[in-house]
Design a protein around this ligand. Structure first.
Ligand SMILES: [Zn+2]
Length: 348
């Protein structure tokens, strides 16, 4: 893998947000800051034939994020009112968050894959209290004790942002081209990180916009969710295989830095998950009849399990559950069934 986003990589080392960069005559990346270890989302701005701008992703919804996005656009000689359309790789808040403000200020359309669009419609219709209750039930089903799950999920106020996300007004299926005049942005459906995650292959420049599907440093979170795919890790590994067929000129991810060598990176990501699957099988062998919640504690994480902050613990457990589901669909483990399934090695 060759790093091509050198200013982004240098900013990373300096723990700073990188500069706005002009990547081609008519293409820019604008970093929009967010909390947490990822620090920023790269929003891509495209000058469209006939005038106006197209955006890929929008950034985390916050006043600071809005200032970075509008400031970034004015630094390239544009403004939010020039935005004609917004492509969103997936429904997560750091990608879709600012889309409603962009639409209100510009009248731009917003396009997503139907699977994530319907998930957004469900989230916004449900209301924060329902989202909290649903997530608590889901975690209890994975083996959390109820009061722990209540604390881990937190109060409904934490969910309110999600209920105000923009429901898209256009849908993009796999293989369709986005309405970005002058560009040939082909949508590539890459389920796994979310059911409707989209990458975009730009066919004139051979640039590949990978969203969160392929990142250069971290492995994207692949988790089971209430109402999500029955086997998200299987989806993800299949999506990695799909995008590794054709080596693009450059990969432009939504976080971290641009790079070259997509096939090499997808091979590393697949190997990472196969390694985790083996580790999980060993944990089940050593601790049969365990819930996903118990099993997560037997795996190695980037810090000691006891120090995991609540929200991180949820991700770890739902990610463990995604790995269990793939082991089950490979016939290697079986579940007890029932409201709180436990797992054992399959009889061979
Ligand atoms: Zn993201």
């Amino acid at each position: 893998m060759d790093i091509t986003g050198t200013p982004q990589h240098e900013a990373w080392a300096a723990r700073a947000v990188p500069p706005v960069e002009q990547l081609r005559t008519d293409l820019w990346s604008i970093p929009v800051p967010m909390g947490g270890p990822l620090r920023y989302v790269s929003v891509y701005a495209f000058a469209l034939e006939g005038g106006g701008l197209g955006l890929l992703d929008t950034g985390w919804e916050s006043d600071e994020g809005w200032a970075a996005l509008t400031g970034g656009l004015s630094s390239i000689g544009g403004g939010i009112e020039d935005v004609r359309g917004v492509l969103v790789t997936h429904l997560h808040f750091d990608h879709l968050g600012l889309a409603s403000r962009v639409r209100e200020s510009s009248g731009a359309w917003i396009a997503m894959h139907p699977a994530d669009a319907s998930a957004v419609a469900r989230l916004t219709a449900a209301g924060a209290a329902t989202l909290v209750a649903t997530e608590i039930e889901f975690l209890v089903g994975l083996g959390a004790d109820r009061s722990g799950a209540v604390d881990d999920v937190g109060p409904p106020e934490r969910m309110e942002g999600f209920t105000r996300m923009a429901v898209p007004d256009r849908l993009l299926e796999d293989g369709e081209h986005a309405d970005f005049p002058g560009w040939r942005m082909r949508a590539v459906h890459t389920p796994g990180h979310t059911p409707g995650h989209l990458c975009f292959a730009e066919e004139n420049t051979r640039l590949f916009f990978s969203g969160d599907h392929v990142l250069p440093r971290i492995t994207p979170n692949i988790s089971s969710t209430h109402n999500g795919s029955p086997d998200p890790l299987r989806d993800y590994l299949a999506s990695l295989a799909t995008v590794s067929q054709d080596e693009p000129a450059e990969v432009l991810p939504a976080h971290e830095w641009r790079f070259r060598g997509l096939a090499g990176r997808t091979a590393e990501l697949s190997a990472h998950h196969e390694h985790r699957l083996t580790e999980l099988l060993d944990a089940i062998r050593g601790h049969p009849h365990s819930t996903p919640w118990d099993l997560a504690a037997y795996l190695t994480w980037s810090r000691p399990w006891e120090q995991y902050e609540r929200r991180m613990r949820i991700f770890a457990v739902t990610e463990t559950d995604a790995h269990l589901r793939l082991l089950a669909s490979r016939g290697l483990v079986t579940s007890s069934g029932g409201p709180v399934p436990t797992w054992t090695l399959a009889a061979r």
